[in-house]
Write a protein that binds this ligand. Structure first.
Ligand SMILES: [Zn+2]
Ligand SMILES: [Zn+2]
Length: 275
């Protein structure tokens, strides 16, 4: 098992309110993350409901290592109406969230009609601009449109392309736009999903690492339920590809997360340590 001597990694994307994680298990899960070197996690809601937004805020209020990020996923864009957007805006303010997400377009699964996905994405980009929050973007088979919609909303630090799976040319375009890129366990898979080149290309300070737990467990945990502790394997693979020690990769990805999401430099809760 890869691990860091110090708790220094940020898992920039996971879904701890998902059914896969019974709430009683969260303290042990956070303890395993810390033992592996993960100081904190950004937790996104896993359903487009007011209840799930509240569940994430409740988790973050109980565990200082959990930073909340709320938004409406394109899969369930059909569920999002005006009142739901007001609920989101209210929850983002109440929870002092670090970002709005995950939002975007998914033309691979097409679980909501494309016009509805576009409308919900645009509405949330407007909301993020209004609240001055960075965005966490989900993009599957929709690079042209996601790029165009982000370009219409350019600010200094726009946000992050989460679980980035595009090529180097698209990486350059998104970086030029002000997006950072976050890589998930896919980069550890055989063949790396073609992401090795991207992993080497993204400059320091613009690269993040994520688990996307409970999905996409990295090698050597592939096939298991993913959890934040496993993000160390992805970080180790990124370090290998970039030719730097794991600690160096951890410092630079964490600095990127702290800047982008305005996280306080140290945020390790003593309650979590003893749990
Ligand atoms: Zn996603
Ligand atoms: Zn996700």
């Amino acid at each position: 098992m890869c691990r860091l001597e110090k708790e220094m990694l940020v898992d920039s994307h996971c879904h701890l309110s998902a059914e896969a994680f019974p709430e009683t298990e969260i303290p042990a899960l956070l303890a395993r993350a810390k033992a592996a070197g993960v100081a904190r996690v950004l937790c996104l809601n896993s359903a487009n409901t007011g209840e799930d937004l509240a569940a994430v805020l409740a988790l973050s209020s109980r565990h200082k290592a959990i930073t909340p990020v709320l938004g409406y996923h394109p899969h369930e864009a059909s569920k999002v109406d005006e009142p739901a957007l007001r609920t989101l805006a209210e929850a983002l303010r109440r929870g002092a969230c670090s970002a709005l997400g995950e939002i975007g377009l998914d033309f691979h699964h097409d679980l909501s009609p494309r016009p509805v996905q576009r409308e919900v994405f645009a509405a949330q980009l407007d909301l993020a601009a209004k609240l001055r929050l960075p965005v966490v973007v989900h993009c599957r088979d929709a690079f042209d449109e996601v790029y165009a919609m982000l370009a219409a909303h350019v600010r200094d630090e726009l946000g992050v392309m989460h679980c980035y799976t595009g090529d180097k040319a698209w990486a350059k375009r998104f970086l030029d736009l002000g997006m950072s890129l976050s890589l998930a366990g896919v980069v550890t898979f055989k063949g790396g999903g073609g992401l090795e080149e991207v992993a080497r290309y993204v400059p320091d300070g613009r690269l993040l690492v994520e688990s996307d737990a409970p999905y996409l467990a990295p090698v050597p945990c592939r096939g298991k339920r993913n959890e934040p502790a496993f993000v160390v394997h992805t970080a180790a693979r990124l370090a290998e590809l970039r030719g730097v020690p794991l600690e160096v990769l951890a410092v630079s990805t964490t600095a990127c997360a702290e800047r982008l999401f305005r996280l306080a430099p140290e945020c390790i809760d003593s309650r979590d340590r003893t749990s």
